[in-house]
Each structure stands twice: as C-alpha cells, then as structure tokens.
Write a protein that binds this ligand. Structure first.
Ligand code: PHE
Length: 453
C-alpha cells in the first residue's frame, strides 16, 4: 500500500516531531488531574499496580497496533478501517470501529475542555495571588465557589475550545510540533520541583506508602475496570487519536521503539504527579478521595506556602493547560481529518462543526457541577456518566477491537512488514500479547464487572 495521498494528508517532519506530538497527546489532564484523584478514590497502591500492569500488557501492545494500522493506511481512522478491511478481505462492519472512535473523541473532549478550562482559570487565580498564604480550607472555598458558577465555567470552557480549534484549523504539524518541543521538558522540570516541595511537607513517606503499598482488600472490580480504562485514556488509545497520528508517520520509522518512549514518558509524569500530590494531601489532613477537585484543592496550598510559589503556580497551570491543549487537539483530529478527507469539508468548516457540537455537549458537564448537580442517572452526574461511558467502556471496547483486528484479521505478513521489529522474537512477543493477552484481559475485566466472574 504505497499510494499514499500525502497531498491531503499531512506528515510529521521527523521522528522526533512525531514522538513529541504523540507524547503531547498522551500526557495531559489524564496524568496530572485524573490519575491522582482516581488513585485516591480507589485506595492507592493496589490500584496503581493494576494500572501499571495494564499499561504494560494491554496499553503498549495496543498502542503499537493502533499506530501500525494508521501508518499502513495513511488515512483518517474511518477510512483506515475501511481500507484495511478490504486489504484483509474481512467483514465490512469493521469500519464501525472508526466511527466509534470519532464519537468517543468528541464525547471525551466535551468534558476534557471543561476541566482544561479550570486549569486555565487557575492561571489567573495564581497570577492575582489568590493562593498566597491561603490554608487548605481557604483553597477549598476558592474551588467550591468557582465550580458553583456556570458563567465562569462556560467562559473558560469556551476559551479553551476556541484555542483548540485555532490550532486544529492550521493542521497538525504547523505550530503543534513547536509548542510541544518546549512544553514537555518544562513540565518535567516543574513536576520534579513539586516533588521536591512534597519532600518538605513531613508527609512524604505517607504519600509514597499510599501510592505504592498495595492493600488488595481495597480493590473492587470497578476499581480494576477504572484502572484498565485509565490505561487506555492516559495513552490516548482505543479511539483513533494514536491511529491518526500514526497515519502522519513516515514508513522508515520504528513504531515499537517510539511507543516505548511515549508510554514511558506518560507513566513517569503520572507517577510524579501522584508523588507530588499525596504528601500535600496528608500533610493538610485532606482526603485522598476528594474527587475531580483534588489537584485544585491541594497544589495551590503548596504554591501559597513555598518560596517562589507565586511564579511556580502560574507556570504550573500554564503548563497544565497547554498539556491539555496538545491532548485535546488529538481528540478532535480524527473527526476533522475525516470531515476534510471524506466529506469534502474545508478545514475551517470541519473545525467549526465538530468544535461547535463538542462545545454544546460540554455544557452538560458544566451544569453537572452546579445547577444540575442533583440530576443523577445510575447514581452518576452527567460528567461522571460521560467519563464512565468513554474511559471505562468505549476506549476498552475500541482497544479490544483494535487488538482483534491487528492480531487476527490483518495478515501476519502485513503486520510483520509494517512493524519491522529488530528480531523475530520481538514480533512474536507482540503477536502473542495482541492476539491473546490484551483482548483476554479486557474481556475478563468486563465479565468480572458484570458479575459473571
Ligand atoms: N491521553 C490524554 C490524557 O491523558 C487524554 C486523551 C484520551 C487524548 C484519548 C486522546 C485520546 O490527558
């Protein structure tokens, strides 16, 4: 399949550019906002271990598969599935997989943008000195008052969606590549500084203990599902983001090596966030299970108390917002690429439509934190439903199908040729993981949750 239509479909300028962009997609709110609070809600150590196991045994093989599918077809996810299905003489229903990805991306972005709006608002709060010398209860009041205001949340959500659309309209490799180049190293440095602060709180080891000592009695079947779902979410898997980024990758680059780098960086950022946050939680008598507000109720305490905290607070929330931006771009890119390449939309019109619909959906999440906070379905708010539906169900199901497609439907000769692994043993290991281990693991977790196992 060498007839790549590179005129309509972009290309990364280098291997490094691709690694940066894919890491930009993977590293985001999932690592810094979501990982700590779901770890807190699910009891710590045991949950973290399950998550790490899922990254290694399910996430990495599927990331290799998803990148491979995209690169082989050099098309958007919907067309990728159509094209590769034909190449393998398989059932045409496989193209629904591309569709599910497009829908999952928009649903995720609808709430992702609201939370990224919180991070953006906190840049301003840090700048105006709101956190200086504030204690835990003052910081909590700031957060509670903020999310109680639909107007403020809508304002920041709108701003964030506009920023996303402005970048997406220019195409993936103009601007995006350059932004990530500086962002990633800066984010690493800041995370290390926060960990250094956490060491001074007096609760550092209590934090580490919570994160890394497993208490298996706290692990419910839903916690296992959340940990697995998060492995997909944090690596941007199961919905076409990594597929579409892979489709912009040139043929001479080793997929498996880049995947290890990307997944490694993603995991390190998440662990650093946890190591920085839990000591602050314990030192201030806060609760690990405070939910989605956790980082907004803890880190500002650190910024308010430490020397240079004013500047660090500003920098941190800028980096968090930009890290979210480089992920949100990848959430909407599959849809935009499909509208442009298949529906003959201009890039502007594609952005306007997909961005507009996502923005509208996001209002559900905004209101779930205030005027509609009493509205519950299956005991969950709109935000929680969207999160559960996408991260715990759609992404693992999408990933499961990708694994089956790459392991069983695609011809071995084709995947071998596309992956070009250094030795046949590597290829064999991947093939076993993708054909048996990863799909079986997803399947068993689902069976467990619905109570069959
Ligand atoms: N991986 C991103 C994060 O951790 C979120 C994301 C999910 C992006 C799915 C793209 C696709 O923040």
């Amino acid at each position: 399949m060498t007839d790549t239509n590179t005129t309509a479909h972009g290309k990364w300028s280098s291997r490094f550019a691709y690694i940066l962009a894919a890491t930009g997609s993977a590293v985001g709110l999932g690592n810094i906002w979501k990982f700590p609070y779901i770890t807190g809600e699910n009891g710590g150590g045991a949950f973290v271990l399950v998550y790490l196991g899922c990254v290694l045994l399910i996430g990495i093989p599927i990331m290799i598969a998803e990148t491979m599918l995209g690169r082989r077809s050099q098309r958007n996810p919907v067309e990728t599935m159509e094209l590769l299905t034909k190449e393998a003489n398989a059932d045409s229903n496989w193209h629904y997989l591309g569709w599910m990805g497009v829908i999952a991306g928009l649903l995720i972005l609808s709430y992702y943008s609201v939370i990224a709006g919180w991070a953006s608002a906190y840049i301003l709060k840090a700048f105006t000195g709101s956190f200086i010398d504030a204690d835990a209860s003052a910081i909590k009041t700031i957060f509670d008052q903020f999310i109680a205001s639909p107007i403020q949340l809508i304002f920041w959500h709108t701003l964030f969606m506009m920023a996303t659309m402005l970048i997406v309209v220019r195409g993936v490799n103009n601007g995006l590549e350059k932004a990530v180049q500086y962002l990633m190293p800066a984010l690493f440095v800041l995370m290390f500084l926060l960990v250094a602060y956490a060491m001074t709180t007096g609760s550092y080891f209590q934090g580490l203990h919570f994160l890394f000592t497993p208490d298996w009695s706290k692990l419910t079947s839903n916690a296992v599902l959340t940990a697995m779902g998060h492995a997909f979410f944090t690596l941007s898997l199961g919905m076409g983001s990594i597929m579409v980024y892979g489709s912009y990758l040139s043929k001479d680059i080793s997929i498996s090596k880049t995947v290890f780098i990307i997944a490694g960086a993603d995991t390190i950022v998440a662990l650093l966030a946890g190591i920085a946050i839990f000591p602050i939680v314990f030192a201030n008598n806060l609760h690990p299970n405070s939910g989605p507000g956790l980082i907004f109720e803890t880190l500002p305490i650190a910024f308010g108390a430490m020397t240079g905290g004013w500047l660090m607070g500003i920098l941190f929330f800028i980096l968090l917002a930009v890290a979210a931006l480089t992920s949100s771009i990848s959430l909407i890119e599959p849809t935009v690429a499909w509208l442009v390449e298949n529906r003959r939309f201009t890039r502007e019109k594609a952005c306007l439509w997909s961005g507009g619909i996502t923005w509208l959906l996001g209002l559900g999440t905004v209101f779930s934190f205030n005027i509609w906070s009493d509205f519950k379905l299956f005991d969950r708010s709109i935000f929680q439903i969207l999160d559960y539906l996408t991260a715990n169900l759609m992404l693992p199901i999408g990933g499961f199908c990708i694994a089956i497609f790459a392991g069983w439907i695609m011809k071995t000769q084709h995947s071998e040729e596309e992956l070009a692994m250094p030795t046949p043993a590597y290829y064999q290991a991947w093939k076993i993981l993708i054909s048996y281990i990863a799909p079986a693991a997803v399947f068993f977790v689902f069976l467990h949750v619905i109570g069959v196992l």
